[in-house]
Design a protein around this ligand. Structure first.
Ligand SMILES: *Cc1c(COP(=O)(O)O)cnc(C)c1O
Length: 387
């Protein structure tokens, strides 16, 4: 059939040679995927079962990233979401119903708490917070309707390392599932499934992305039944990750090992140095004895990442803390850690009940890839402003 040039713009006969063997995963973009014949048309979300049906359920780039995260975490299957917080909400929305009860550690990532307090309660779920260091005593908080026990280890900002195996044992004996935010360990320094977790999530935004230029999340499950529940809910929610972002995450994965090791080693050196400074009361780094749960970190983890916190001396007032942060030159002030740039945020716990009494004196650092001596002198100069 001869074609008008306007038709040629849409339907081309050009064929390029096949078999280009790149070392990188191609970025497959696409909303629609073309079916081979009319009877093959289906809207099934599980493309591992049915083949490709729609871009919302992932293109080969998305599925490649999912497969690689799953391979690392040694789960059954992984779902990629547009951000870490979306991974969190997918888990809750897929696994909970009205009347269910969930247990959440006080040290949970802030927006996860907000989801539990606002949306879950609005939809009739019950939420109880527990001390992150509770261990096996969590059994006393489990109710007949407890469906999920969230863990995050170490906890956001305050860095408590949790006894996940003890919590999992108590949860499982009561028929509840254990769900874990495993972002700090990048899914590699803590083997969540080997320690009794049923569902893990990560903000790939952080260490896997690694360059502060993308937002992605992952949910990895241990078994097929939970996978089917999560997938069916994701289809209804319609949250699709961008294949371009997935391609960046696939690139990030290739250098994850060297970045994590370099940042982890610098962070440990800086944490130990901070512990010796007279202006510092306490260093909250899992590999230091001063961190709640340090012994559990030694037992359960195979490494430490580049994020930790420290608490300034009791007589340092809030203005001084802010002046300290403002006087840092290499450490930029910002939330989303895991990238190559060192970051700092000062938190104020004064009005949080049931949290440690660090008040306005707790500061979280993300250690990047700068030369360690420059980071140490930046911190030293800033500490002088407190004298
Ligand atoms: C950043 C973060 C998230 C959320 O990730 P986003 O991709 O920013 O939505 C979840 N949990 C932890 C522990 C985080 O640090």
């Amino acid at each position: 059939m001869p074609k008008h040039w306007k038709t040629k713009l849409i339907h081309s006969d050009v064929a390029v040679p096949e078999g280009y063997r790149s070392l990188t995963t191609p970025t497959y973009r696409g909303s629609t995927t073309v079916f081979p014949d009319a009877s093959a048309v289906t809207d099934a979300w599980d493309q591992y079962e049915t083949g490709y049906t729609y871009g919302l359920y992932g293109t080969p780039t998305t599925l490649e990233l999912a497969g690689r995260i799953c391979e690392l975490e040694e789960g059954y299957r992984t779902i990629i979401t547009p951000g870490g917080q979306c991974a969190i909400s997918l888990i809750d929305l897929a696994l909970l119903k009205t009347g269910d009860h969930i247990l959440v550690p006080e040290s949970i990532y802030g927006p996860n708490r907000k989801l539990a307090n606002d949306l879950l309660r609005r939809f009739g779920a019950q939420v109880t917070y527990y001390q992150p260091t509770i261990g096996r005593d969590i059994g006393g908080l489990i109710q007949p309707n407890t469906r999920l026990v969230w863990c995050e280890s170490p906890g956001s900002i305050t860095m408590e390392v949790q006894d996940v195996p003890a919590i999992a044992h108590a949860a499982h004996s009561a028929g509840a599932l254990v769900v874990m935010d495993n972002t700090w360990s990048a899914g590699v320094y803590f083997d969540a499934f080997a320690h009794g977790v049923d569902v893990t999530m990560q903000a790939l935004t952080k260490y896997v992305g690694g360059h502060s230029d993308l937002l992605l999340g992952s949910v990895t499950v241990k078994d097929k039944a939970i996978y089917r529940q999560l997938g069916a809910t994701l289809q209804i929610l319609g949250c699709a990750a961008s294949p371009d972002d997935c391609s960046l995450a696939l690139r990030g994965m290739k250098t994850l090992a060297v970045r994590l090791e370099a940042m982890g080693s610098s962070a440990l050196t800086i944490a130990r140095w901070l512990a010796l400074q007279p202006e510092v009361e306490l260093v909250l780094h899992p590999a230091l004895q001063s961190c709640p749960g340090h012994e559990i970190w030694k037992r359960d983890f195979t490494g430490s990442a580049g994020v930790f916190a420290f608490v300034l001396r009791k007589d340092v007032n809030k203005e001084q803390v802010l002046a300290f942060v403002n006087s840092l030159r290499l450490f930029k002030i910002g939330y989303s850690w895991g990238g190559v740039t060192s970051l700092v945020v000062a938190y104020d716990f004064t009005h949080y009940k049931a949290r440690p009494d660090y008040r306005h004196r707790i500061i979280r650092l993300n250690i990047g890839l700068e030369a360690i001596d420059d980071l140490l002198s930046d911190l030293q100069d800033a500490l002088r402003t407190l004298q």
